[in-house]
Design a protein around this ligand. Structure first.
Ligand SMILES: [Zn+2]
Length: 245
């Protein structure tokens, strides 16, 4: 046994039922697309991008300073080695010329001064590293917070999607049920208009107004519609939607 409508007017009321399900499904899809969490997540993502850019920038500055420090440490080591070497010879007794001894003593003094300067520079650079370290820690913490809120938002979006998808499934099944009870011609006609006119293919005639485009029909036209046989397909002159009396 098929579930065909028993009368033409019943077909039109099934058509309105179908329209209601389609509208609800469209609204559910729209709700899913426009979840507030999606905009929030986009905002979090853009802050994450900006923060990661700053993180890379600070890290690059940090590594430039670190490299200079490493270089300075190498220079300090070399100067100290050279000084120790000269001192060994200076006090080793093998050099006896007064002029040579004086020259070596002068070089030792020069090296001591040089090491002092290098170490002073090292201190300056270490002072530059402190705020960079602090900034890196701070950005790192902020990244953690943002990562956490991004995954919370993704979870909330997923939950909402699941809920909405379940509602769509229920509506779709009711929709299919209504569609199956409609004459195929009427269904095709409805689908075509619905696709062309942004989701609404059939509307009720309320008083003298089309429920689809909300424009008033001329009195003569309304009169003609009211008197037309119950099984005749009436469409709105203004928007072309199926009008249900
Ligand atoms: Zn209309």
């Amino acid at each position: 046994m098929t579930d065909s409508p028993s009368s033409p007017s019943e077909a039109f009321s099934i058509l309105l039922e179908l329209q209601q399900h389609d509208t609800t499904i469209d609204q559910l899809r729209h709700r899913s697309r426009t979840l507030a969490e999606r905009a929030e997540l986009e905002e979090v993502h853009s802050r994450l991008r900006e923060l990661r850019r700053r993180f890379d920038e600070v890290r690059a500055r940090h590594s430039v300073v670190s490299e200079s420090l490493k270089e300075l440490a190498g220079q300090v080591d070399a100067a100290k080695l050279r000084k120790a070497d000269i001192e060994r010879r200076l006090y080793g007794g093998s050099v006896t010329s007064a002029r040579d001894l004086q020259a070596m003593d002068g070089e030792v003094h020069h090296l001591v001064q040089h090491v002092d300067e290098l170490e002073e520079r090292q201190l300056e650079l270490m002072e530059q590293l402190d705020p960079l370290d602090a900034e890196i820690d701070e950005i790192d913490d902020e990244l953690d917070v943002l990562d956490k809120s991004a995954s919370e938002l993704r979870e909330r979006i997923e939950d909402a999607e699941v809920t909405i998808e379940a509602e769509i499934t229920v509506e779709s099944s009711s929709r299919e049920n209504a569609a199956a009870r409609l004459p195929p011609d009427l269904l095709t006609h409805y689908e075509t208009i619905r696709a062309r006119l942004g989701g609404v293919g059939a509307a009720r005639l309320v008083g003298n107004t089309c429920g689809g485009c909300h424009l008033a029909l001329p009195a003569v036209e309304v009169d003609r519609i009211r008197k037309a046989p119950a099984d005749s397909l009436i469409t709105c002159d203004q928007c072309g939607r199926i009008l249900v009396r």
